[in-house]
Design a protein around this ligand. Structure first.
Ligand SMILES: [Zn+2]
Length: 207
């Protein structure tokens, strides 16, 4: 099995994540600004010695909010990677960035990178909101599906940020059946151990 490296990149208010495997880079979300885009380019080049312009394979967008897609158009001017999102987010991403979404995926579809990156559709925050499940790594990349505080305690996204807060809580049950130990969130502290337990505690709290 190939080695997969996971690099969360923290900006002022949000994160993006770089996945590295088989001499390829997979980017998850793009921050909100040209500064965030530059931070990603710099990170890949300086820290990984793998310029995104050369090694970027695909950019997966977890959902269409500006702090996740704002850097995309700046990155796409320099990089030739494909763009992937859930099918329900395609229109909004394309009209906000001017670039086509190449891979329009549905719930449980899997991209063939890093041993398989599965789309788990959890609608509610936005209609095409997804998390990414890397089963071999026991890793969930949650985007805004859940928020975390400074200790890594989880909660559903704040109501005022979600198109349908009730749905976003209800649909969290989709994550129950997955085996995961690590989670990366866009807002708050990530968990590298015992993430399922934290998830279960939160589910009890909001039930
Ligand atoms: Zn959001």
């Amino acid at each position: 099995m190939s080695i997969i490296n996971v690099y969360p990149i923290q900006f002022n208010r949000v994160k993006a994540t770089l996945l590295q495997c088989d001499n390829k880079l997979i980017l998850v979300d793009t921050g909100m600004s040209i500064e965030d885009a530059d931070t990603i380019l710099h990170y890949a080049k300086s820290n990984l010695n793998m310029p995104l312009e050369k090694y970027g394979e695909v950019c997966i967008i977890t959902h269409c909010h500006m702090d996740h897609i704002g850097g995309l158009k700046w990155l796409k001017k320099k990089c030739d990677f494909k763009i992937a999102s859930h099918i329900d987010e395609v229109e909004k991403i394309e009209s906000a960035t001017g670039f086509n979404v190449n891979l329009k995926l549905k719930d449980r579809e899997t991209l063939p990178y890093c041993g398989g990156i599965q789309f788990i559709h959890v609608p509610g925050h936005t209609s095409g909101n997804i998390c990414l499940y890397l089963q071999n790594e026991a890793l969930l990349i949650l985007g805004d599906t859940l928020f975390a505080d400074e200790e890594g305690n989880l909660s559903p996204p704040p109501n005022h940020y979600s198109v349908n807060p009730e749905m976003s809580k209800r649909e969290l049950k989709r994550l129950r059946e997955l085996d995961f130990d690590k989670i990366i969130v866009s807002h708050g502290k990530d968990t590298i151990n015992g993430a399922k337990k934290k998830f279960q505690l939160m589910m009890e709290r909001i039930a």
